[in-house]
Write a protein that binds this ligand. Structure first.
Ligand code: FAD
Ligand code: DHB
Length: 395
């Protein structure tokens, strides 16, 4: 595919944020180019999120990217919380006026968007490593990138950094105008993919004195499971048997419930972090998704925030090109940050309520149990969790 040397919107990063933004801009007749450092197979196989909020599904539908999601995505009307060998179900539609979430893997969202974008002739360059974004405070910022052993430039009206937490676009914003708020957690997740049918129809978030555990799924035959582990854990130290035994211990409840075991096909350790960089815009450069903010995965918000950011940005760029007004572009950072901070708070709440800090005192454990008891006994506390989990509408 020929990559032009100039375009209206240069998009750095071909993860969910970059690929969806390209699709939304193309729908509005705005030219763009996506530069992605990795190859297509790598981007399509990278195991990550699984939960799509209603608003995320609506956006994907609105741009014709939900064909397979509507066929294969699993509608979920609740989650189960477990603690103290007890269990409590959060009923989403009942507590939120009918809203629900979908289980559909980020890998599949990415595959769908890549296929549609390429079929529509949107230039998506794989193996294009962006080196720097220059002239953020000028009318024509330039993206410098390496491709096929050579160096190229892309001149744009606007550049959008959708290049994730380790991306380079954020560096084009001078340190003097940006502030980063951050928290690093004293534990990580060991995430595994197993050829085992899900052990329950819904997700299970479990608090236990041994640490947090999460049961999720990818299909009728594949389970996705996570265990809290110490920072620096080597996945090779966790045999399949050790993983299943530990999951069994953490999910244990009164009554008969059985975790279904099967061969583990993938294992990876993921550090946990909360981070927000403000503002999300500097001159002609915008940041979206993980490039601007990170949440610990316990609230299932990262992918949904990325989708919300680029939806707001696409509407703002559409207004700019259709009517010449920069009003929505000027409001971009503030309007996204309101949603971002709500998701940050919820993700922090879920993480700190369900995980066991290595230095945690018995007093703090009793507070966690009290909070979980409160959720189980108060419709207000349950509704607060449910509303945050299913997420607000975008905009
Ligand atoms: P990314 O997906 O990180 O994409 C950034 C892209 O930019 C990458 O493809 C990268 O290769 C590319 N790139 C980076 N640097 C450059 C460069 N210099 N030049 C060119 N390209 C570059 N979120 C949820 O909403 N729900 C969940 O259930 C959930 N569960 C999760 C579970 C796990 C285990 C993890 C790790 C994350 C989870 N998340 C979840 C978070 C979610 O996966 C991320 O928030 C999401 O991937 C963000 O999308 P993005 O497009 O902003 O960034
Ligand atoms: C999944 C990941 C999460 O972080 C979460 O909170 C729920 C589900 C998943 O990968 O299925």
């Amino acid at each position: 595919m020929r990559i032009p040397s100039s375009t209206r919107v240069g998009i750095v990063g071909g993860g969910p944020a970059g690929l969806l933004l390209a699709r939304l801009l193309r729908g509005a007749g705005i030219d763009c180019v996506v530069l992605e450092s990795r190859d297509r197979t790598y981007v399509e196989q990278r195991q990550r999120a699984g939960i799509l909020e209603q608003a995320t599904v609506d956006v994907l539908r609105s741009c014709g990217a939900a064909g397979r999601l509507d066929q294969e995505g699993m509608a979920h009307d609740g989650i189960e919380l477990r603690w103290d060998r007890r269990t409590h179900r959060i009923d989403f539609p009942g507590l939120t006026g009918g809203r629900r979430v979908r289980v559909y893997a980020q890998t599949e969202v990415v595959k769908d968007l890549i296929a549609l974008n390429l079929a529509d002739g949107i230039p998506v360059a794989f193996g294009a490593q962006v080196l720097a974004v220059e002239g953020a405070d000028t009318e024509r910022p330039v993206v410098r990138y390496g491709l096929d052993g050579g160096e190229q430039t892309l001149t744009c009206d606007y550049v959008v950094g959708c290049d994730g937490f380790h991306g380079v676009t954020g560096r084009s914003v001078p340190e003097s105008v940006r502030t980063t708020y951050e928290r690093v957690y004293p534990y990580s997740w060991l995430g595994v993919l197993a050829e085992a049918p899900p052990s329950c129809d819904e997700l299970i978030y479990a608090h236990s004195p041994r640490g947090f555990a999460l049961h999720s799924m990818r299909s009728a035959t594949v389970s996705r499971l996570y265990l809290q582990v110490p920072n620096g854990t080597d996945p090779a130290d966790w045999s399949d048997e050790r993983i299943w035994d530990e999951l069994d211990a953490r999910f244990a409840v009164e009554g008969d419930w059985k975790l279904r075991r099967g061969p583990i096909t993938q294992k990876a350790v993921l550090p946990m972090r909360s981070s927000v960089t403000e503002p999300m815009r500097y001159g002609a450069v915008f940041l979206a998704g993980d490039a601007a903010h990170i949440v610990p995965p316990t609230g299932a918000k990262g992918l949904n925030l990325a989708v919300a950011d680029v939806t707001v940005l696409a509407a703002a760029l559409t207004e700019r090109y259709a009517h010449g007004s920069a009003r929505l572009l000027d409001a971009y950072s503030d309007s996204c940050l309101r949603r971002v901070w709500r998701a940050e708070h919820f993700s922090y709440f879920m993480t700190s309520t369900l995980h066991t800090d290595p230095d945690q005192s018995d007093f703090e454990t009793r507070l966690q149990i009290s909070q979980l008891d409160r959720i189980a006994t108060s419709p207000h506390a349950s509704a607060e969790l449910a509303e945050n989990y299913v997420g607000p509408p975008i905009g």
